[in-house]
Write a protein that binds this ligand. Structure first.
Ligand SMILES: *Cc1c(COP(=O)(O)O)cnc(C)c1O
Length: 336
């Protein structure tokens, strides 16, 4: 696997920490570790930073002066794309998909406030079910009409080029695992637009790591998500020139999605509050809270065995916590 062949910007100095979670392990049984990708570079960190290192390098190579992308009203991906644009001296335009009707508000806190602070050029809300590709193409055409040049980044940065960021994370994890003398038995990660899950799988396969990877879905039914992840793994492996992962290696569990994308669940609230109170680590309500709820559930069910070394990838997202305060604070769940 030769990632140095691909143009890359650097937004993080060195590796993110690979840390033990001793107090959580004592509560749950398995020996838990965490990969702190919430501490990646760019405003607020999180997994999109790794993808943007490759995507923005490509945008600059093409001579773009404007990044265009799409996300939900509290999108971490939009926040980080905007931060990369600010860092590079580019403009940034956002399409906001209202995945839960009525949830876009220009006054919302969390990531939405940060869009404003980082100087977003425009925000265009569209309804769930809109053709997002067409909406972004229209935005790119509007940029071109000004005599400028847009580079369109798909939702979540999840195309083969973006997924390289997580093939590189697999390489980083294996290097740390060897360096720290920590042999990992299983990796657990949130699975959304699929680039993180697919990129990790491609990297682990290329490195012949022999570590099973379990995705915890935040949006889609299991079969649909597994097909998405596998399709992206196939095209990412082709770009990288490495072996295609088996379909049987793709596991994306949907039991912790709850009523839908970004909608709070009791197990998410428990997971966010538990990690905060026993380890001092902030998860997020939409992705890592549900993924950690999955890890906790699998440990309680005995699927994760006592003493098994399990690495949880913390993909970030805590800047959205304040936008979900009522659901997180109150033990009786309220609509977001
Ligand atoms: C986007 C995101 C994910 C999911 O990653 P995908 O590559 O979209 O599957 C997980 N956690 C956080 C905090 C995210 O913002």
């Amino acid at each position: 696997m030769n990632l140095a062949r691909f143009p890359r910007r650097r937004y993080t100095a060195g590796f993110t920490p690979l840390e033990p979670l001793p107090r959580l392990s004592a509560l749950l049984g398995p020996e838990l570790w965490i990969k702190r990708d919430d501490l990646l570079g760019l405003a607020g960190g999180g997994n999109k930073t790794r993808k943007l290192e490759f995507l923005v390098a490509e945008a600059l190579r093409e001579g773009a002066d404007t990044l265009v992308t799409v996300g939900a009203p509290q999108s971490n991906h939009c926040r980080l794309t905007l931060a990369a644009a600010a860092r590079e001296g580019l403009h940034c335009r956002l399409i906001i998909e209202e995945r839960v009707p009525g949830t876009y508000s220009p006054d919302a806190l969390g990531n939405n406030l940060l869009f404003d602070l980082m100087g977003v050029e425009s925000i265009t809300p569209v309804a769930l079910g809109s053709d997002l590709g067409a909406a972004m193409a229209a935005e790119a055409a509007a940029v071109a009409a000004l005599g400028r040049r847009a580079y369109v980044i798909p939702g979540g940065g999840s195309n083969p080029l973006g997924a390289l960021g997580y093939a590189s994370c697999a390489q980083e994890i294996m290097a740390q695992s060897f360096d720290q003398g920590v042999a990992i038995d299983r990796i657990i990660v949130a699975s959304g637009s699929a680039g993180t899950h697919a990129g990790l799988l491609v990297g682990l396969t290329a490195l012949n790591a022999g570590i099973p990877l379990t995705g915890i879905n935040v949006r889609r039914p299991q079969a649909e998500q597994e097909a998405n992840v596998h399709a992206l793994a196939v095209t990412t492996a082709a770009l990288l020139g490495t072996p295609v992962p088996d379909r049987s290696a793709v596991s994306a569990l949907d039991r912790w999605v709850g009523p839908g994308y970004s909608l709070p669940t009791p197990s998410m609230v428990e997971a966010v509050r538990l990690l905060a109170s026993v380890e001092g680590i902030m998860l997020d309500p939409v992705y890592t809270g549900k993924a950690m709820a999955g890890l906790i559930g699998l440990a309680r069910e005995g699927v994760l065995r006592r003493g098994e070394r399990v690495l949880f990838i913390h993909t970030g997202g805590s800047p959205s916590l304040h936008a979900y305060a009522p659901a997180l604070r109150d033990p009786v769940l309220q609509p977001q």
